[in-house]
Design a protein. Structure first.
Length: 205
């Protein structure tokens, strides 16, 4: 926890960006009847019946002090999906970075082995040279600022019914572009002092 809190205090460095990432499963639901659009003084109305169109996975990454917001939609949440997302971070989104300081949880796909299994040792090692995995403590995923980003995403973009992967991706790209254009940052306020005050009774000497 202290390691993360100290990391979040650092100034933004594009050569060593702090990137927080997480994943979110999204159930695809299609309306059986066309919703009635909102009118002045009346909310939009949905029928309670819907058609299930499966699920997909949303990768979410945010650079809290850089105003950078990234999303990717995949059919599943496998080791290969994680590996290709890491490849995108290294080669597409942060090609000039010397080291991407990646904050993530302890999901069983979030490890170096996923890249080795997907790309082979040679390419995996090349990618991993530019990635530093920084894991949240067990039961401490709330320390990952990507969770804040996902909460905003659900409120502003993905909280309602979305019928297809293509529609979901389209909505997410619009949403993330707006946030990137506005350079929206996350101001993290929880400090070491706050941790000591609120959590010290749980510390083990």
């Amino acid at each position: 926890m202290y390691r993360l809190l100290d990391l979040y205090k650092q100034a933004y460095d594009p050569l060593q960006p702090v990137v927080c990432m997480d994943e979110k499963s999204k159930q695809l639901l299609e309306d059986n009847r066309k919703p009635i659009k909102a009118k002045p003084g009346k909310l939009e109305k949905y029928d309670y019946e819907y058609k299930r169109n499966g699920t997909c996975n949303i990768f979410v990454a945010v650079v809290p002090k850089g105003g950078i917001h990234l999303v990717k939609v995949t059919d599943r949440r496998t080791k290969a999906d994680f590996a290709y997302f890491i490849e995108d971070l290294v080669e597409k989104h942060f090609p000039e970075a010397n080291c991407i300081q990646l904050v993530l949880d302890n999901l069983n796909t979030h490890f170096e082995g996923s890249l080795i299994e997907t790309f082979g040792k040679r390419k995996a090692r090349r990618l991993l040279k530019k990635i530093k995995f920084i894991y949240t403590p067990k039961h401490g995923s709330w320390l990952n600022m990507a969770e804040l980003e996902i909460n905003v995403m659900d409120r502003q973009c993905t909280g309602g019914r979305i019928e297809s992967k293509e529609k979901l991706l389209s909505e997410l790209l619009i949403w993330s572009k707006e946030r990137n254009d506005a350079r929206i940052n996350i101001n993290w306020g929880f400090t070491r002092q706050d941790a000591d005050k609120k959590l010290s009774r749980h510390y083990v000497a």
